[in-house]
Design a protein around this ligand. Structure first.
Ligand code: HEC
Ligand code: HEC
Ligand code: HEC
Ligand code: HEC
Length: 372
């Protein structure tokens, strides 16, 4: 009898636990704006530990104290074109980090012929040189997006030669582009970028390489006088599929950036929308200036079915997180990647206005402890 009672109370306890969602991957909504305006973010606390692991940073080797008497890499080595301002101690320290960040199994030999470190015979070394320029350019010329936090190779690569979250063009993949039967790249199931929706499945080629307007609403009432004459169903659908991609890349809801009463209105948007606006321009620059040329240096097995190489998107750095590495900067450990280098670019875009946000972002520590 006692045994039956004990068994019953166990069964009850488990049933209650399931009922109250102890084992469930429950979501929590956090209010970020005025009450009643639907300004909430949904979080799944159970996914936080995996996200914390993905966003951890490898421990850096100690930095040698600066010594002005040390020769520079340019004076010491034969073929240093980008990192020529580093000292003879800084260069090997950074090289060890590059191995951890890009090719932890292969190490130096992934990029070098060990018998001749100055040789550029491996394509990976030539690509890495472009990537060094790109990283310095992000950190010195795209502060409108990455502020002082910046990025290193780790932000994108995380120990993989080709970073996760890179993308290939898919436009017109197996599609009939004649008028009859042209589904405009829609209704293709299983495309995760656009949340498996029936929207066009490749907004990235259109918006993350070329300067196409990401817009639904016209700014004036009459279509004929609309300065954006192409705003129609097709462009609206493309915009929405792009927005789903952005939300998924950052692991946030639409209301992280927009007030849903008026998606287009800048004064009603959060400051994060302005950051995202610069992000779109930065990604276009990275793809046009670096990833398209790099595709010409990599072997054919790296290319996609359209013959293009992997490109950068929001997910390449963010990987499902509102800020890559939860906004932790690696600048104090690798200041050499924050020095200027490479050709200057013009970032003279018109800035969208700044607006105030009600509640700040909830930190992962707070989410895990359940107190907010
Ligand atoms: C991800 C690719 C990559 C990895 C891994 C890598 N390197 Fe390099 N290494 C480079 C690039 C690119 C340069 C040239 C930098 C430049 O032009 O500014 C370079 C240059 C060098 C040089 C200067 C050679 C000369 O005379 O011009 C040395 C020495 C060196 N690396 C050593 C190492 C060692 C040791 C390791 C392993 C601990 C290593 N590298 C790992 C990409 C890499
Ligand atoms: C903004 C994201 C981003 C950053 C930052 C970044 N990379 Fe890359 N990297 C990529 C992408 C995307 C590719 C794939 C390009 C291709 O294959 O055409 C790539 C490819 C490479 C490759 C070729 C790997 C292979 O096996 O084909 C090397 C080597 C490399 N990166 C080194 C570096 C180094 C070194 C740094 C830091 C100085 C760095 N990357 C920073 C996005 C990035
Ligand atoms: C991380 C910030 C961010 C998130 C999240 C986001 N958006 Fe956007 N949205 C933007 C930015 C930035 C623009 C303007 C893009 C540009 O002009 O280059 C924009 C533009 C739009 C527009 C066009 C407005 C106009 O002027 O016509 C619509 C509609 C829109 N977003 C809907 C959505 C929807 C729906 C979601 C959720 C699925 C979403 N957005 C998620 C940042 C965001
Ligand atoms: C080269 C890496 C990189 C790429 C690519 C990138 N971002 Fe970011 N983003 C960052 C970094 C780093 C930060 C953190 C800046 C900080 O500390 O405030 C950030 C911050 C943001 C924020 C602010 C989040 C907040 O809570 O304040 C938004 C929004 C954002 N990114 C949107 C985007 C969108 C949209 C794209 C694609 C169009 C994109 N990012 C592509 C590196 C990147």
């Amino acid at each position: 009898m006692v045994r039956i009672l004990i068994a019953c109370s166990f069964a009850m306890a488990i049933a209650l636990a399931v009922f109250f969602g102890v084992f469930e991957n429950h979501t929590i909504s956090v209010q970020r704006g005025n009450r009643g305006t639907g300004h909430i973010q949904l979080y799944t606390p159970n996914s936080v530990p995996a996200s914390v692991a993905l966003n951890s940073i490898p421990v850096a080797d100690p930095i040698d104290p600066p010594d002005p008497d040390l020769p520079t890499a340019r004076q010491t080595y034969k073929n240093v074109q980008v990192l020529d301002d580093l000292s003879v101690l800084e260069l090997p320290r950074l090289m060890a980090a590059l191995s951890t960040w890009i090719a932890p199994k292969e190490g130096c030999n992934y990029c070098h012929n060990p018998a001749n470190l100055a040789s550029d015979e491996k394509y990976t070394k030539r690509v890495a040189r472009s990537m060094l320029l790109m990283t310095r350019r992000i950190n010195t010329q795209w502060k409108a997006h990455v502020v002082e936090t910046g990025v290193t190779c780790w932000t994108c690569h995380r120990g993989e030669a080709v970073p996760s979250g890179s993308w290939y063009t898919r436009a017109d993949l197996g599609e009939n582009t004649s008028m009859i039967g042209n589904k405009d790249n829609e209704n293709t199931p299983g495309i995760a970028y656009v949340g498996n929706s029936a929207l066009p499945f490749d907004p990235l080629t259109r918006y993350l390489i070329d300067d196409n307007d990401i817009r639904v609403q016209g700014s004036v009432p009459l279509a004929g006088t609309n300065p954006y004459p192409m705003n129609g169903v097709q462009k609206s659908e493309m915009t929405y599929s792009m927005m789903i991609y952005i939300s998924k890349s950052l692991g946030v809801n639409c209301t992280y950036c927009h007030f849903t009463r008026a998606f287009g209105s800048w004064p009603d948007s959060t400051p994060q929308r302005a950051t995202a606006w610069y992000g779109v321009r930065m990604v276009r620059d990275l793809n046009k200036s670096f990833l398209l040329p790099v595709a010409g240096m990599v072997p054919s097995y790296r290319l996609g079915s359209h013959g293009d190489g992997p490109k950068v998107g929001c997910a390449t750095c963010h990987k499902g997180t509102y800020k890559p590495l939860f906004g932790n900067s690696m600048k104090k450990d690798y200041p050499e990647l924050w020095r200027a280098g490479g050709p200057k670019i013009d970032t003279g875009y018109v800035s969208p206005p700044n607006v105030a946000v009600k509640n700040p972002v909830v930190s992962p520590e707070k989410l895990m402890s359940g107190q907010y």
